[in-house]
Design a protein around this ligand. Structure first.
Ligand code: TYD
Length: 345
């Protein structure tokens, strides 16, 4: 497969995917379609700009005309759809942008794809569509969709639209559902980069509720290799969970991070819980392991120090990412400006 259209290629996971494709698939031509909203950082793919196989088009996936013209010009054979509003807390504050990008945007792409020469459409989804999973269970791909946040509901809606496009128009859709992802280039509103950047600045790290919520952490490179495997080897109509077995509570994770940084646990500050907060996510990824030959390569023990080192050496990236609306968001979400001194405890 040669002509890959990647949406959201300036975002966190999307940018790692664009680089993986260019690095490991010499025959691939890549069109990156990204609206450059606050979390889309062109500097994430700055190193691709000189590659003759790479092109970037700034476009909003919810705009029919912009999407149609990109498809007409590039004639993609594969679409890998990462573009999404992805932060649960922002979706709780206001879900409108989530419905526009994640639901309408996905439908516009599916519509363009089924009219073109697309032989494979990868809908990059999330473990959050299954809702909270009681221990010690794991959600398989057959688990009921039970989203609990506006973000998760918008992703579940997109997955169902992707399914419908396959049933109705015969579009060869594959859905991937990844677990919590971390690594370099993640916008510093998600737990791990927020904790690292706050701690580096000597600021308190907000921990929701009792911090006993459990997440399974997947390194971004492992997530991208899973999406690539699903694009190339997944069965049309197939859903593939991409989970790690690195399950940890938020409290333990932050303790580990602070230990690595040589900072006191007192930087952790308990704050009010997230409404509707899912207690635990846990995926059964047996299908991806069996059918795609995929398994994560990174352990948290290797990935956390690597991620820490990246943020420690990319202060300019963090400052640029936060320049747009981050302080206003932070004040609204946490009740204090990110730059204001905060008490530990
Ligand atoms: P997050 O990174 O937002 O991912 P998700 O909601 O997709 O799991 O949050 C990861 C976990 O960390 C989740 O249980 C919520 C919690 N959390 C905090 O305790 N404090 C914070 O400031 C943030 C952003 C998240």
């Amino acid at each position: 497969m040669r002509r890959w259209l990647v949406t959201g290629g300036c975002g966190f996971i999307g940018s790692h995917f664009v680089r993986l494709l260019l690095r490991e698939r010499p025959e691939a031509a890549v069109l990156n379609l990204d609206a450059l909203t606050y979390a889309g950082r062109p500097e994430n793919v700055a190193d691709c700009a000189g590659d003759a196989r790479y092109r970037f088009v700034r476009a909003d996936i919810a705009e029919h005309a912009a999407v149609a013209s990109a498809f007409a010009e590039f004639q993609p054979e594969v679409v890998v759809h990462f573009a999404a509003e992805s932060h649960v807390d922002r979706s709780i504050l206001n879900a409108d942008a989530f419905l526009r990008a994640n639901v309408l945007g996905t439908q516009v792409l599916l519509e363009a794809a089924r009219r073109g020469v697309v032989g494979r459409f990868v809908q990059v989804s999330s473990d959050e569509v299954y809702g909270s999973i009681a221990a010690p269970g794991r959600a398989s791909e057959e688990a009921a969709l039970a989203p609990n946040s506006p973000y998760a509901a918008s992703k579940a809606a997109a997955d169902l639209l992707a399914r419908a496009a396959m049933q109705t128009y015969g579009l060869a859709v594959v859905i991937t559902r990844g677990s919590n992802t971390y690594g370099p280039n993640q916008y510093p509103e998600k737990l791990i980069p927020l904790a690292i950047t706050n701690a580096l600045a000597g600021q308190a790290i907000p921990l929701y509720g009792d911090g006993g919520q459990a997440r399974s952490w997947l390194h971004v490179e492992d997530h991208c290799r899973g999406v690539l495997a699903a694009a190339e080897r997944g069965t049309p109509g197939g859903i593939y969970n991409l989970g790690s077995e690195e399950e940890t509570t938020n409290r333990a994770l932050l303790g580990e991070l602070l230990k690595l940084m040589g900072l006191p646990r007192e930087l952790i500050q308990r704050v009010a819980d997230r409404p509707g907060h899912d207690r635990r996510y846990a995926l059964d990824s047996g299908r991806a392991r069996r059918e795609l030959g995929w398994q994560p390569r990174w352990s948290l023990a290797e990935g956390l120090p690597q991620t820490l080192e990246w943020y420690g050496t990319h202060a300019d990236w963090v400052a640029a990412a936060r320049a747009q609306d981050f302080d206003a968001y932070y004040r609204r979400q946490y009740g204090s400006a990110s730059s204001a001194p905060t008490a530990g405890g």
